[in-house]
Design a protein around this ligand. Sequence first.
Ligand SMILES: *[C@@H]1O[C@H](CO)[C@@H](O)[C@H](O)[C@H]1NC(C)=O
Ligand SMILES: *[C@@H]1O[C@H](CO)[C@@H](O)[C@H](O)[C@H]1NC(C)=O
Ligand SMILES: *[C@@H]1O[C@H](CO)[C@@H](O)[C@H](O)[C@H]1NC(C)=O
Ligand SMILES: *[C@@H]1O[C@H](CO)[C@@H](O)[C@H](O)[C@H]1NC(C)=O
Ligand SMILES: [Zn+2]
Ligand SMILES: [Zn+2]
Ligand SMILES: [Zn+2]
Ligand SMILES: [Zn+2]
Length: 800
Amino acid sequence: MDLPVEKWKAYVSQKWASLEPSLKKQLCDTVSLRDIIFLSFTLFRPEDEEYLQSLSEYYHVQKEPQRVPSYKERGNERFQKKDYAAALVLYSTALSHSEAGSPEAAVCYANRSAALFHLGQLELCLEDIARAQAEGYPDRLCPKILLRKAECLLSLGKLQEASDTLGHLETKMSADPGSNATSHQTLLHKFRQLKVGVGRERPSSACQPTARDGTQEDASHWEENSKVSHASPSVSLRFSTGKGRHLIAAEDIPPGQLLVREEAFVSVLRPGESFLLRGCAEPTSDKPLETEDLHCHRCLSPLLASVPCRGCSYARYCSRTCAETAWTSYHRRECSLGGLLLTLGVFCHVAFRAVLVAGVAEVSSLVKPPGGRDVEEPATGPRADEAEGDSAPIPGCDADGRYRGSYRAVFSLLPHTEKHSPEARFLGGLTAAALCRGLGDAGRSALLPGERTPESQEEPSAAETSPGLMVFGEAVLRHMLQLQSNSQAITALRESGSGGGPVTSREQVRLAAALFPVLSLLNHSCDPNTSVTFSSTTAEVRALQPIPRGQEILHCYGPHRSRMGAAERRERLLAQYFFECRCQPCLDELRPSSRERAARQRSGFCCPACRMPMQGEGLLRCSSGACEGPVPEDGFLRRLRGLQLRTEAALERLGQGQSGQSVELLLKCRLDAERFLSPDHLMVGEIEDHLARAYVTLGKWAEAAEHLSSSIQVVEARYGPSSIEAGQELFKLAQVLFNGCAVPESLGAIRKAEAVLSTHWGAQSPPVRELHAMRACLQERLGGHAAATARTPTGPQPQR
Ligand SMILES: *[C@@H]1O[C@H](CO)[C@@H](O)[C@H](O)[C@H]1NC(C)=O
Ligand SMILES: *[C@@H]1O[C@H](CO)[C@@H](O)[C@H](O)[C@H]1NC(C)=O
Ligand SMILES: *[C@@H]1O[C@H](CO)[C@@H](O)[C@H](O)[C@H]1NC(C)=O
Ligand SMILES: *[C@@H]1O[C@H](CO)[C@@H](O)[C@H](O)[C@H]1NC(C)=O
Ligand SMILES: [Zn+2]
Ligand SMILES: [Zn+2]
Ligand SMILES: [Zn+2]
Ligand SMILES: [Zn+2]
């Protein structure tokens, strides 16, 4: 849901339908952003504002301190039942509703530190204890958290600090006349135990393999392109009338090479679907956690113990630093708008944030002032006659000819105003106008200092819209239109399934919508030779295949050939990005001969009688030619749905810990699948993958590895052996073989997984580092084993 909520869209659509013909004609005829925003300001009436207000009220983002006690109580209940993870979530929710600096907040932090302690998150526990103290945790309760702090420090091997904390605790307790009460007896007992611990513990030797901070190491090797910031010197920026701006290889590029590393100009976390439907962040015990609970609203890193926004109950951050940075650079202007921004949608929010980050001065210097000449789109660039000339400046570049990831570059992205339908432009205009009006007098004068706020109590009309606000609205509208084809989804692999298992499953989720002006230079291909990955809000583009010098650097905007046919891809690209894809796979697939071939192959079903592939569309025929005549596809599809349902039922058993039964059911599903699905059908791969997972929970590593290998075959056939999907399956296989102590096999799988994943994510990414560690461990074991055998020639030592 990047666009405004459905109700607002429907409302605007109705307004559009009942628009006075002359106005409608004006809006249809103009592609000037200035005209559109001016008309939108004129047409945005008080009743529209009221309606929007009522929609925004659906999203409760204001803090409701009266709810803190009940969340805290429920947290304590879960805590008593040892459900620390659920307690953690409830304490965090309580925190997001408590006023900053209130005693409640301090107690919530202290409570949460207890849950974190039990979850083994000692560093986070210490942070929460510090926060509790900073928020004014009541003195009489201090011994409890000081003791916890000492315990954490002790476990972390920080003996000096632990002993200092205990000393501090001792003074506190002796100063407190109540410390002889029975409630303190248990504390004292623990205290004495801890003191003994501190005396006995040896300082931990430095054998802990501290994870190297790879991103930094990688960054030091990074040499930047002199013409394009955030790009490698092996690419160069070109401009042509047909393609617009694009990047080509300036030299032969080997696979795995990092081509672009760019931090988002702005990004906005996308609320989960269920948040938008529910309209508030009410945590229920059965509700799965969503993006807004799971990731920092600024840097998107995973959240366990969040720091709430000081103003609203919605935004939460991984740290005080993120909270403060977000607050000063944009959120203090957004916070009071809360519900309105959620109603107007993520694109509007990104547009607003871009303008806030750039600052009104920068924005005004690029948007022509009212009365000035207009409609000159800077992004259309040099006129045809001067295109490709070396002298022609490339749009979006600074005066020195360098393209930076700056606001100027963001501003130069194409809004494609003329390609949006008049109604879509009107929706954008009215939404931008609504946002500007929603700022209210206070917000306006904070944003546009020096501008007089209208004194009249009358409703403001377009004529009274200040020039500054008009510029502001125009910029927001421009970005909203740009975003349709320039917004980049920041994705992450989220670990799914029962967390903490020995084998990790990861699924790709869209965390945020963002603007990356350099990444936006890349054109699309349905079979690109690059891969884009994200860490935090930084995008990295790597070559997947060798890219010869002079070839264009392309990436996939979403519709990938392994996921959909050419017709569907081209339809989507045209609707969202306004171009007809002419990439090689599209051209190939559109040739009539290959179309027939595709239709012949694509059914994915096989003949129940002889297992040969079924061909056709709607009516399927056995390709052997010997079996009975055409069968309706519907029957196959129904059978497939039945199989999916039974697979889900088997997975449910797995979730409930009934692994044995789950395996039985899944084996039945697999048998059935073989009878009517082609061997490389994705469903077959999925069942194999689930079987592997079920065997893992039973500790049957060999069986798990076998099924994973089958799943890998399907995935490789579908997505290609060097695809990220194949890499993820290989990673699982490596883990399974590693856990099963199959040394040579797991070394093989580790190498393969390393090769694939480092091309996509880089050699320093967490999964690749994990593979490195596994390999090192195995090699050490092999080495140790060899040494052991050498000493005891009687026979091999049993391997552990
Ligand atoms: C939470 O804090 C309150 C007040 O200090 C305390 O009574 C309660 O036991 C705490 N709960 C946990 C789980 O620490
Ligand atoms: C606690 O009780 C012990 C004896 O029971 C006494 O010696 C000590 O002074 C008391 N401490 C305080 C702080 O009252
Ligand atoms: C790049 O995009 C433009 C439109 O933005 C399109 O016309 C052109 O064909 C694309 N080029 C390639 C190589 O895909
Ligand atoms: C990318 O590489 C693959 C395999 O080498 C090739 O088939 C494909 O045509 C290339 N795509 C582009 C856009 O160069
Ligand atoms: Zn953060
Ligand atoms: Zn806020
Ligand atoms: Zn294509
Ligand atoms: Zn047949």
